[in-house]
Write a protein that binds this ligand. Structure first.
Ligand SMILES: Cc1cc2nc3c(=O)[nH]c(=O)nc-3n(C[C@H](O)[C@H](O)[C@H](O)COP(=O)(O)O)c2cc1C
Length: 362
């Protein structure tokens, strides 16, 4: 029976356990997207994860949609990440970079007046965080078809940059309502060209991006994250099962290094309109690549999903944010620190690197 504390061989990369750290934006980079020493210390504290997947990191200025998010498209950003990966590796950890383009989820006020870009003229739902307060999303600018290949190329370049920075691999952020997800789902994509309409067309950007990343490094080193039940930023699709089934089968045929799915969270489930309630169970039969599952897991649920073989690895978000030594705490059934939501997207060490590890004699 597999457990959370068994090692895992990810195509030759040895993971010490199956307690992964899920990608989490923490808004602590410099304004120019360069990771700081504080970011390095935060990830080093969490190096006992089987694998750290970093916060989403923009592939270009156009893809930048979160205040103080890091980038991987300039040399100073690559150097900054190099200091992070060196330190995590020295601490015995493994680390993948999540790379990302925000698409319509951004605001001109943080982009020198530039509108965010999107498949269609449909704004994201909800509101957007600026240092000055929360604001409505603008109607984005619709991408011209000739602008799409350069975006794919920016993911290939970011993959090469991540490799240079010493990462063990890269994860395509295909989830949570960002650019590739916006193209994939028909609620946000009303295009009539080769990137809209049929599921083959809507999935084209996701698949071209994954392929470009694979070509830039290696198939074993590229994972893809998807959120089939996600409704964040107003995401919707008229046939989620077919849409995600199609893209998952295609990614499986490409033999991507792993697939990483999120289950619907409690808020989405309470809203009551979730079509796919058990994502791992639904899609596992469609793929044989290593599968990471995330959202709402504790030790009991995580071990159960491994035993059922609905997933191979479990990623923890908020529990890892608040517990730098999460694998050890889970292994020894120690109490967990309480997360402080007010500092999730803050600045500085408070609520970031000051969560205590459990005393060694606890
Ligand atoms: C503060 C915060 C930031 C997040 N940022 C990202 C992100 O950059 N990329 C991503 O794919 N998911 C992001 N997520 C989602 C988490 O990776 C994860 O899916 C979510 O927290 C549910 O897992 P959990 O129940 O274990 O916390 C974020 C979540 C939180 C709480």
């Amino acid at each position: 029976m597999p457990t959370l504390f068994d090692a895992f061989d990810l195509h030759g990369l040895k993971l010490a356990n199956r307690v992964l750290m899920s990608p989490m934006t923490r808004t602590r980079a410099q304004d120019n997207g360069v990771p700081t020493d504080l970011i390095r210390d935060y990830y080093v504290q969490r190096a006992s994860a089987g694998l750290i997947i970093t916060e989403c990191t923009q592939v270009s200025d156009q893809g930048h949609g979160i205040v103080r998010a890091p980038g991987i498209h300039r040399q100073d950003q690559i150097d900054g990440w190099g200091r992070v990966t060196d330190a995590v590796h020295a601490a015995g950890g493994r680390i993948y970079l999540q790379i990302w383009h925000c698409g319509r989820v951004a605001h001109p006020d943080m982009r020198g007046g530039e509108l965010p870009v999107a498949p269609s003229l449909i704004p994201a739902a909800g509101d957007f965080f600026l240092p000055s307060g929360r604001v409505d999303f603008p109607i984005p600018r619709q991408l011209r078809i000739e602008e799409i290949a350069p975006i794919v190329e920016s993911f290939a370049q970011a993959t090469q940059n991540a490799r240079k920075a010493g990462f063990d691999g890269v994860e395509l952020h295909g989830a949570n309502g960002y650019l590739q997800d916006q193209f994939l789902q028909d609620g946000s994509n009303k295009r009539t060209d080769a990137y809209g309409g049929s599921v083959e067309n809507r999935a084209r950007l996701m698949l071209e991006t994954a392929q470009a990343m694979i070509d830039a490094w290696s198939v074993d080193r590229v994972g893809v994250r998807l959120s089939p039940s996600g409704t964040l930023y107003g995401m919707s699709d008229s046939d989620k099962l077919s849409t995600f089934g199609y893209v998952i089968r295609k990614l499986d045929a490409m033999k991507v290094g792993y697939l990483h799915f999120t289950e619907p969270n409690a808020r989405v489930l309470e809203a009551g309109n979730v079509l796919i309630k058990n994502v791992a169970q639904t899609f596992r039969p469609m793929t044989s690549v290593p599968l990471i599952i995330n959202t709402g897991f504790d030790k009991t649920k995580a071990n159960a999903v491994l035993v059922a073989r609905d997933a191979d690895l479990v990623a923890f978000g908020v529990p890892f944010l608040a517990n730098p030594d999460l694998p050890e705490r889970l292994r020894r059934d120690l109490p967990l620190n309480r997360p402080d939501a007010a500092s999730f997207y803050g600045v500085g060490a408070k609520g970031y690197t000051d969560y205590p590890a459990a005393p060694s004699n606890a």
